[in-house]
Write a new protein. Sequence first.
Length: 250
Amino acid sequence: MIRIAAVGDVHVDKDVVGRYRPALEELPDRADALLIAGDLTRHGTVQEAKCFATEFGGLGVPVVVVLGNHDHQSDQPDAVTKAIEDAGITVLESAATVLELRGHRLGIAGTKGFGGGFAGACASNFGEREMKDFVGTTERYAAGLGEALRSVRCDALVALTHYAPVPETLVGEPLEIYPFLGCYQLGQAIDSAPTALALHGHAHHGSERGRTPGGVPVRNVAHPVIKQAYNVYQLLSDSDDVDSELAAVS
């Protein structure tokens, strides 16, 4: 069994440093790795990224993250990424990594993702150049995730995104903003590989559980949704249920 702790949308700035740390110190006893589904910072500054690295670095378990839209706000995603990677944290964008955990190989493929909407209510790559650019961005991120997922050879495969791959985990958000919270192309990418679990954030007022059309369990781990420092999900266990009761309250 592999135990995966996950959270998203932690929005770290200097005033947040220390808030998560007491629960994070317990991670080695509760989980084998920590995955964070974007919006690591509040405004995407390098200083905030260093605060995030202080809070989530050096935990005794591997930490793997993707950036979120907040992490792009200051137009410094490369510098934000470097500040986080300098703390020994893995940042994925249209890329994958493999962790050796408990004698198993855990594959993680990640991307920020983008909006666009879902079947029956989505933008199309047609018309004005601005619309083509918008949907082209959606398609590029989804293609990168799919390629990363299919490139991995592992015992259990996880997709990590910021934007949602299915509408079910958006329930609770206004319908009008669904196209800005996720896209069906991410779900298609997840279903293109033998993915065991998909994790995302971004939808603060959404719901925790959903499934892709292909049946992959999807979990919205945005901090305002799970209301804990992290949830723990289990893979390669005797049970088909990925959800574990282990969690740390923040």
